[in-house]
Design a protein around this ligand. Structure first.
Ligand code: DC
Length: 225
């Protein structure tokens, strides 16, 4: 049998990470894990339980409390917190505004990394894992590491489209740039490109082109030499 493959897909928000990662996993018959959804889920739990998300000590003390379970089917990724479906509430502006502070707390990251490595170990054929620190910290020996980028304008236009115009493109861009700065500037596993990652600038590529590019890279690595 072939060794399970781990495909790490990192990059800032709005680069098409989720659509790309799900499609690559489906095409290659691999499991899928959205680690951003896990950080959003623990943030949602903190907000619901009256934890001050700007108090790192309070966040650290509670980091072990919620049970977070991710379904790994790329056609139907699910996430529950203490058994409750969290897929819609983790996408609210309230959670988006609080998630960088919560995910900067080392105890939160340790807990999430454990869950992420366990998901990798449980995936029979392998897994596509998307996030910010997958190639650098979670799976430093991943089979293929991709770092997706795009201009701030392109990222804001895509995200604003996903939000169905709830926020203007200019406001979306300002929020994205702020969150990227927080995610890149934190001390514990910041958003960063691994030295051995392939950078794919998606600004002028279609989703199909990005998917094809990554599928080809994985197939090349899998092919017997
Ligand atoms: O991919 P996303 O926008 O849903 O991620 C939400 C937040 O979670 C993001 O602002 C930073 C954090 N995150 C992280 O710190 N590490 C990861 N591996 C994935 C996400």
């Amino acid at each position: 049998m072939e060794n399970p493959v781990i495909v790490a897909i990192d990059g800032p928000s709005g680069t098409g990470k989720s659509s790309t990662s799900k499609a690559v996993a489906a095409k290659l018959g691999l499991s899928y894990l959205d680690t951003g959804a896990q950080y959003r889920a623990i943030t949602w739990w903190m907000l619901n339980n009256g934890i001050d998300v700007d108090d790192p000590v309070a966040v650290a003390d509670s980091a072990g409390k919620p049970s977070i379970v991710s379904g790994s089917d790329p056609a139907n990724p699910t996430i529950t917190v203490d058994g409750v479906d969290a897929s819609a509430p983790i996408r609210t502006q309230e959670v988006t505004a609080a998630v960088s502070a919560v995910s900067a707390v080392p105890e939160v990251r340790t807990r999430m990394v454990e869950l992420q490595r366990a998901a990798g170990a449980a995936a029979p054929a392998g897994i596509v894992v998307e996030g910010r620190d997958i190639g650098t910290t979670v799976f430093p020996a991943a089979t293929v590491k991709i770092f997706l980028t795009a201009s701030a304008e392109a990222r804001a236009a895509r995200r604003s489209g996903e939000l169905k115009g709830a926020l203007s493109v200019a406001d979306t861009q300002a929020a994205l740039v702020k969150r990227d700065a927080a995610d890149s500037g934190r001390t514990t596993s910041p958003l960063a490109m691994a030295a051995d990652a392939v950078e794919v600038d998606t600004t002028d590529l279609t989703l199909e082109q990005v998917i094809e590019c990554i599928v080809t890279l994985v197939e090349e690595k899998r092919a017997p030499r």
